[in-house]
Design a protein around this ligand. Structure first.
Ligand code: MN
Length: 133
């Protein structure tokens, strides 16, 4: 593994959305890990400790907000930014999702520019946190 390369974890059960996120992140130089269930995402977060996590909310096993809450209770994982990527996109949905523990929010359908800008913003914060640790 190249320690200088940024890493991202995508937790998304829809193949098309996962592929789109994967391609966008890869085009920005990220090493990408993928999970299609909440439990798998939980395990991969521990395994890879990514710089940023893209979290679908509607997953087949547990909700993305639930997984996020588990992550935020872990001392070693709580500082990883979790960005919800979701069809719940109204201002009140966004507010609710952020109040439930996610750090950021990207509405679906995904806008390429918004996706890339949001991910870069949070992964830069993540890198900053690691430097100051
Ligand atoms: Mn889903």
């Amino acid at each position: 593994m190249n320690l200088n390369r940024k890493t991202a974890l995508i937790v998304e059960d829809n193949n098309q959305n996962r592929l789109l996120c994967h391609d966008l992140l890869e085009s920005k130089g990220y090493e990408v890990f993928e999970a299609s269930t909440g439990m798998e995402g939980w395990k991969l977060a521990f395994k890879h400790h990514p710089d940023v996590i893209l979290m679908d909310i509607q997953l087949p096993d547990v909700s993305g907000t639930e997984v996020t809450n588990w992550l935020k209770k872990e001392e070693t994982l709580k500082d990883i930014p979790v960005i919800a990527v979701t069809i719940f996109s109204s201002p009140s949905d966004r507010k609710k999702i952020l109040s439930e523990g996610c750090d950021g929010h990207i509405p679906k359908p995904i806008s390429v520019r918004n996706f890339v800008q949001t991910v870069e913003f949070f992964s830069a914060q993540s890198a900053e946190g690691q430097r100051n640790a």
